[in-house]
Design a protein around this ligand. Sequence first.
Ligand code: FAD
Length: 294
Amino acid sequence: PAIGSLIKRDRPTFSFEFMPPKNREAEQLLWKTIRELEPLRPDFVSITYGAGGSSRDTTVSVTERVATETTLLPMAHLTAVNHSVAELRNVIGRLAGAGVRNVLAVRGDPPGDPNGEWVRHPDGVLYAEDLVRLLREAGDFSVGVAAFPYKHPRSADIEGDTRNFIRKCRAGADFAITQMFFQADEYLRLRDRVAAAGCDTPIVPGVMPVLRMATIARSAQLSGAPFPPELLARFERVQDDDTAVRQLGIDLCSEMCQRLLDEGVPGIHFITMNRSTATREVWQNLAATPAIAA
Ligand code: FAD
């Protein structure tokens, strides 16, 4: 099925994001995780696209394997970094050949320094919007795009960011998934400004619980914004106790998801980092809610 139509149903979708494994050990962990999460019957799972080299082939092969060997519905991420249009068409053709009909079209960051200059491949495309068009031309794909609650780090201001987001929706995106964020209001503000600009593309929040203090330290890079100070203060109070930090992270993520569900979000997309336990814990906390029990 097309993820775009699943997301438009009256029940929120639940989905899990994985990364292509870098070596044999990571591959075993990923498949263990996939098998552990499969019984939760997510609506779909997604596999991110690496910055270059072999991890790109791995994205395609993991997506193919999920499609053929599991009961899960896979979505491949695809980026424009260092790819000519011919190469992009080739990857899109491989995905179609494996029966994969759902793709998240993101521009990607420059390999090495994610904040470095974005250089377009001489025969490539410039923006995610162009990737959306390529996928649309290639055939019957349901296409998703990225959304940024705190605006994209490269965007000068919120207004420009919203305008560019809407451009990619109008280019043919069926849905969007957000960058991670840590307060429901950040998502709600994004949803409101996009709606106020006349765009009704459903936006699925992407979530990841904080499990250790190091995640908070990296969160500015991950989310594009400083970690919310009032939450930071709560983590700092327990920072010497790893178990308490983890529990607080799971609790805060569960509370935020509950609030988002109460606000009628079209789905929740869990960034799993290829592990199952934290995602299952948040899921368990939400399982009693009518939305997820349906
Ligand atoms: P774009 O939509 O192209 O936007 C990039 C910048 O250009 C923004 O500032 C935007 O406002 C601006 N812009 C867009 N269109 C125009 C225009 N027409 N004129 C002027 N300015 C414009 N990265 C990976 O490498 N692999 C992944 O698998 C991956 N998955 C992701 C999944 C999600 C849910 C999210 C949120 C991000 C993901 N990323 C991934 C990261 C993403 O590639 C980077 O954040 C990237 O810098 C931006 O991608 P984008 O698709 O939003 O780019």
